[in-house]
Ligand binder design. Sequence first.
Ligand code: UTP
Length: 240
Amino acid sequence: MRVVVSIGGSVLAPDLDPDRVAAYAEAIERIAADGCEVGVVVGGGGVARDYIGTARDLGANEVELDQLGIGTTRLNARLLIAALDGRANLSPATGYDEAAAALRRGEVSVMGGVTPGQTTDAVAAAFAESVDADLLVYATSANGVYDADPNADPDATQFGSMSPTELVDVVLPMSRDAGASAPVDLLAAKLIDRAGIRSIVLDGTDPSVVVDAVLRGDHTGTDLIPTGTAEPTYWTAEEV
Ligand code: UTP
């Protein structure tokens, strides 16, 4: 199975804790050791927000701010590459072909952001589409997709599973609402919908959750199941 895992910067590096990054590297190695080809897209998290906020105060324009954001995603990606100890590409891929080439060489393919005007949510969806991934996993700080912001609305209900088309409908109003943040942004949702990528959105605070989700389909987040698609055969073919 070929899988792309998107790890939010706020999940991988809310602070600079080598043990947390090492635990994530170990989770990725377990998935690879099981026979999966693994691509990883790393976000910028709080570091990105700090740099962007400071540069905004200095009068930087939006593209300049995005370039700073991309730089921080690549810094975080380099932390994971360091922890993967020779199993990954030497430096974060700066484009989709470069990322796909690393997969072909048998490496864990790690990348951060690519181009201004988007987030790593969209990068992960485009990477997954470009390599025909069987599965895309978003390891975020929210445990799946909810019908409202669970931090602001006590009645918010989690979707156990939904189609990517339904995801677009849920995320669209959130993208218009300043302050509300969707676990997967609108561009990513549209790319997942367009390409029909089987995906999972889950709370990635504990990296072992990502291992169970990838290897067995076990998780408590949200499944995004394109209409008319079957479960990845990898899950059903496994010896128990
Ligand atoms: P992230 O994808 O990390 O943003 O990109 P995020 O939604 O805050 O995600 P978490 O917290 O890591 O989960 C950080 C910033 O980098 C720029 C954008 O400015 C984004 O806000 N960026 C990232 C780009 O401009 N292009 C990219 O391809 C990726």
